[in-house]
Ligand binder design. Structure first.
Ligand SMILES: [Zn+2]
Ligand SMILES: [Zn+2]
Length: 246
């Protein structure tokens, strides 16, 4: 499978870059993971939004869903006549009924609820969800490409949880909320570079990608702090249009 970073800032877009959003492709299937601010334009640089097969949403904070409404409008307005796009499934949790209901739009999209620890299949992927530590219900997602066994784990937004270690076990790639530099450990909303480096090491993942990045500070230092915990394994900073083959 292939992962393309569409947006990676935490909380708000800046400097021509958007917030949390990723395109995951396998065998011609296109899964859009989180639809942060400025991500629809970033997505369009890679594929036509009409070609998205499914959307997966970790939680309903603005920096993860800001472009979902205009994505629905794109499907509705651009996808007419011969272009008509099929009704796109949008997977999200149901613990916030008002936001879950917005995933469904007549003849455009259909909200489908996922639940913690109940594996669900989306195209070529089998996915499991784990509730994170965050002010609103939010789920980390373990995404396995069924025909290869390759695994991508996305922490979504979270403070540190020991549960991330078994949840990320032996993943080929860990895409981790690294909103803070070392020194802010045990925060109740996001993780530090040290914490995600530790999870990567303990879970024996093959590659760590830092995302949901802070707008202030030296990102090279953030990477150093994660690498110091992880050891010599590969650590990457998310950047726009970065393509990673898993
Ligand atoms: Zn966020
Ligand atoms: Zn959040």
């Amino acid at each position: 499978m292939e992962l393309t970073i569409l947006g990676y800032w935490g909380g708000y877009p800046t400097r021509n870059g958007g917030t949390s959003s990723y395109l995951i492709e396998s065998d011609g299937y296109h899964l859009w993971l989180d639809a942060g601010s400025a991500s629809l334009i970033a997505l369009e640089n890679h594929i036509d939004p009409l070609d998205i097969d499914a959307v997966l949403i970790s939680h309903y904070h603005h920096d993860h869903i800001a472009d979902l409404g205009v994505f629905q409008f794109t499907r509705q307005l651009k996808g007419i006549g011969e272009n008509r796009a099929p009704i796109v499934p949008i997977y999200g949790h149901e613990e916030d009924k008002e936001n879950f209901d917005r995933l469904t739009m007549d003849r455009v999209s259909k909200g489908i609820a996922y639940r913690e620890n109940e594996a669900f299949t989306v195209g070529p992927f089998e996915i499991t969800a784990m509730k994170t530590l965050h002010p609103v219900p939010c789920f980390a997602l373990r995404i396995e490409e069924v025909n290869t066994g390759k695994v991508l784990v996305f922490t979504a937004d979270s403070g540190y949880l020991e549960g991330f270690i078994p949840f990320s076990k032996d993943a080929d790639l860990l895409l981790a909320d690294t909103n803070f530099f070392h020194g802010m450990e045990n925060h109740r909303v996001h993780m530090t570079a040290t914490e995600v480096g530790r999870i990567a090491k303990e879970a024996q993942v093959k590659k760590l990608v830092l995302t949901h990045l802070p707008q202030q500070g030296d990102l090279a230092l953030l990477k150093e702090q994660a690498a110091a915990e992880f050891g010599s394994q590969e650590v990457l900073l998310a950047e726009k249009d970065l393509l990673i083959t898993i």
